[in-house]
Design a protein around this ligand. Structure first.
Ligand SMILES: Cc1ncc(COP(=O)(O)O)c(C=O)c1O
Length: 382
C-alpha cells in the first residue's frame, strides 16, 4: 500500500520550507506522465519501461497511471516489484543471462518473453522453459556508434551466431524474436537503422518470420540542456528503417526505454557542507550516491545553485573541484564543473535529469546517499 506523499508546489518551496540537511530527490510525476505519453503516442509499437532505470514505487505507479502496461525486467526482484503494483503487467525478462532458478521463477510468475545471446543460455532455457506461448528474443550486436557507453562489450551475439540461435529457438517451438540495444544515451538515430537492417538480414539467414523486433533502450535524455534532438525524430527513423528493411512484413516493434523515460522526472537537491580555502566544494552527495554515473558519462552541466532561502545564486561561473561527502578521495565529480563564485556553505546545488540511474545506483557507502523523495506538482522537478 503506497502512502499518499505530501505534494509540494515546486522544489524551491520545499527547500525553503524544510531546508533539508540530507540530499533529496525532487520528483515531478507530471514530467514522467508527459514523457510516457510521448512514447505511448509516438513510438510505432509497444513501449515497455526498463525498470532498472528507476524502480521506485511512485515512479512505477505514475507510469501505470499514464497507461504503461509493459515492463522490461532484469531480475526476480524487479518482477516482484512490478507485479505487486500491476499483477497483469506484461513483462519482458531481457537480461540476457539468467540462472535456471531465475528462469523457472519468472515463468511461474507469468513471464513469457525472455532474451538470450549465447548457445549456452539457449540450451539452459530449452531445459527450463516449456516452449508453448514463450518468446525467445535473441540479442545481437553491431558496431554502431553514438552511445555514451557500448553495451556490445558485454552482450549480444554476432549476426551469424544470432541467426543460428534464432533458427534453433524457432525449431524448438518458441516464438522467435530479435532484440538489440544500441548503447545508452545514444545520440545517433542512424544506429537504429544499422541495427534494424541487420535484424532483417538475420531473420532471412535464419529463415524465420519474427514474432517481435525489440529496438531496445538507448534513447537519449538531455544532459547539458542544449542538445538538439527530439525523441519523435528517433521514432520516425525507426519506423522508416523498419519499412525499408522488412517491406510489407514489418514485425511488431517494441522498445524498452529507461533513461529517456525517467531521467527528467527527478532532480537531486544537494547541499554545500564546506567551501574550502582553496575553493574546493564539498557536497552532501557524490559518486557513491545519486551522481554515480558522473565518472562514466561526465559531469552533467544541468546544475543550479540556490541560496538557503531558495534564491538563485547569480555570481559569475567559476570552475570548481567538487567532492562528495564520503571519507574517500575517489568521491569527486569529474573535471571542474562551473559554479557561481558567490556559492557558500548551506547553499543548495540542484542536479537536474537524475531520474534514471540516479536513485537506482545509490550505495549508502559511509552511510551517505539520498533516500528521501519530495514530490512536486510542478510540470518539472526544478
Ligand atoms: C535489456 C535492456 N533494456 C533496456 C535498457 C535501458 O536502457 P536505457 O536506459 O539506455 O534506455 C537496458 C539498460 O541497461 C537494458 O539492459
Amino acid at each position: 500500500m503506497l502512502h499518499a506523499p505530501i505534494i509540494w508546489p515546486d522544489a524551491v518551496t520545499f527547500l525553503a520550507a524544510e531546508a533539508p540537511e540530507e540530499p533529496v530527490f525532487i520528483f515531478a510525476p507530471a514530467a514522467l506522465k508527459a514523457q510516457a505519453r510521448r512514447f505511448l503516442d509516438g513510438f510505432p509499437g509497444l513501449t515497455t519501461y526498463a525498470v532498472k532505470a528507476n524502480a521506485h514505487p511512485q515512479v512505477l505507479a505514475t507510469l501505470l497511471e499514464a497507461g504503461v502496461r509493459a515492463f522490461d525486467v532484469a531480475s526476480p526482484d524487479e518482477i516482484e516489484t512490478v507485479l505487486s503494483l500491476a499483477p497483469d503487467a506484461r513483462l519482458h525478462y531481457h537480461n540476457p543471462v539468467k540462472s535456471r532458478a531465475e528462469l523457472a521463477f519468472a515463468h511461474r510468475r507469468g513471464v513469457r518473453v525472455f532474451a538470450c545471446d549465447s548457445a549456452a543460455e539457449l540450451a539452459k532455457m530449452r531445459e527450463v522453459l516449456p516452449p508453448e506461448g514463450v518468446q525467445i528474443s535473441v540479442r545481437f550486436r553491431m558496431p554502431a556508434k553514438g552511445a555514451a557507453y557500448d553495451f556490445g562489450a558485454k552482450f549480444g551475439a554476432e549476426p551469424e551466431a544470432a541467426a543460428r540461435l534464432l533458427a534453433e529457438a524457432a525449431a524448438a517451438g518458441f516464438a522467435p524474436a530479435l532484440t538489440f540495444h544500441p548503447g545508452t544515451q545514444c545520440l545517433n538515430p542512424d544506429a537504429w537503422r544499422i541495427y534494424i537492417e541487420a535484424a532483417a538480414r538475420i531473420a532471412r539467414m535464419a529463415g524465420v518470420r519474427l514474432a517481435q523486433l525489440n529496438v531496445g533502450g538507448g534513447f537519449p535524455a538531455r544532459r547539458t540542456g542544449d542538445e538538439a534532438f527530439a525523441l519523435e525524430d528517433y521514432f520516425a527513423a525507426i519506423a522508416e528503417a523498419a519499412r525499408r528493411a522488412f517491406g510489407d512484413q514489418v514485425p511488431p516493434l517494441a522498445c524498452e526505454p529507461g533513461r529517456a523515460m525517467a531521467a527528467d522526472c527527478m532532480s537531486v537537491a544537494t547541499r554545500v557542507k564546506l567551501v574550502r580555502e582553496d575553493g574546493a566544494v564539498f557536497l552532501n552527495d557524490g559518486i557513491y550516491g545519486a551522481l554515480a554515473e558522473a565518472p562514466l558519462l561526465g559531469s552533467a552541466t544541468r546544475m543550479r545553485v540556490l541560496d538557503p532561502s531558495g534564491r538563485p545564486r547569480r555570481g559569475a561561473p567559476r570552475p570548481r573541484v567538487v567532492f562528495g561527502p564520503t571519507c574517500d578521495s575517489v568521491d569527486r565529480l569529474p573535471g571542474e564543473p562551473a559554479l557561481p563564485d558567490d556559492l557558500a556553505e548551506g547553499d543548495f546545488v540542484l542536479f537536474e535529469g537524475l531520474g534514471a540511474y540516479g536513485m537506482a545506483t545509490v550505495t549508502r557507502f559511509n552511510g551517505y546517499g539520498p533516500t528521501r523523495v519530495a514530490t512536486v506538482s510542478a510540470p518539472r522537478p526544478v
